[in-house]
Design a protein around this ligand. Sequence first.
Ligand SMILES: *Cc1c(COP(=O)(O)O)cnc(C)c1O
Length: 375
Amino acid sequence: MQNIKFLDLQKQQKIIKKTLDKRMERVLNDSSFIMGPEVRELENRLRDFSKVKYAITCASGTDALMLAMMAMNIGAGDAVFCPSFTFPATAEAIAITGATPIFVDVGTKTFNICYKDLERNIENLENKKLNAKAVLAVDLFGLPANYSKLTKIAGRYNLKVISDAAQSYGGKYQNKAVGSLADITCTSFFPAKPLGCYGDGGAIFTDDELLKENTESLRAHGKGKTKYEIIKIGLNSRLDTIQAAILLSKLEVFEAETLEKNRLAEIYNSELSNHYQKPLILKNSKSSWAQYTLKSNKRDKITSFLKEQNIPTMIYYPVPMHKQPAYKKYLLKNSQLKNSEKLSSEVFSIPIHPYLSELQLEYIIENLNKVSKKF
Ligand SMILES: *Cc1c(COP(=O)(O)O)cnc(C)c1O
């Protein structure tokens, strides 16, 4: 079988083309390329979609995380807890403010931050000079983290909960939408994310008016009431009007796409061999399936067999953050990051986009089941 794509943005573009062309033409004619009306329109749509008070767009998911840290006045002398098994931007956003990322292990089934290890790390920090400020949870591969446990622990130690929802937009936790699950939520519109634009983009969600005001100021150089009254040291981090128009077009198919990916995930989960540890599907939570990730201790043999059959796979992530040259200085002596290390050597992701055909799906399942008996 030919042409199984890991992600099929071309097919998606064909489907939204009419709306997209209309919206793009309007932006070009209007020529309000920065903070044009589509930006506000999108922010209102995102706010309503997530059932949250405020949605503020910005230039990338990484910036969203950085803006969230800055809006909460997190900086030198502060500690922020985050998982080690994640995309580099999570820890980067903490470190770049001068704060210290404290790496916490993840659960082997959810791939998300382990609340027991979080609590252990908070307790261990008490004799150090750092000021524990926040937990930055990641909704890895699209599955929301355990926010009810995390919120309880955060409350006990007076920490804020920040959500790195770069991979989970469109997902739900206890029937509540991603965006409304933490004190502040950050997402990314990088093209390959569940809701992606045609370049870089991101957004922040919060119910807190002060955080909203801080974020809006910080994304525009720290402006005050007027453009040239500067009350904070900020960034240039706005979402382009063109990207907002693209996202508005994509929102028209977004819910249907998320549903379709959930249908595919259920088929994978029931039909794939138990040789693989399959991702969790939780009752009151819904993943946005940024990735469908399997585990096998024969990963390399399996992925090279699949490659020969023209089935693309990816490895997210081959190295946990505490093993990265730039970040290993943050590794604490008493850390226990065994799950993060093991997962890095066993995980691999297979195609799960809404434009996979039934034939392609069957072909992928058949080959995965075939190869599971081989090694
Ligand atoms: C993609 C991603 C980011 C960064 O988003 P960008 O828009 O690429 O800057 C941050 N965290 C996680 C978990 C991601 O997957």
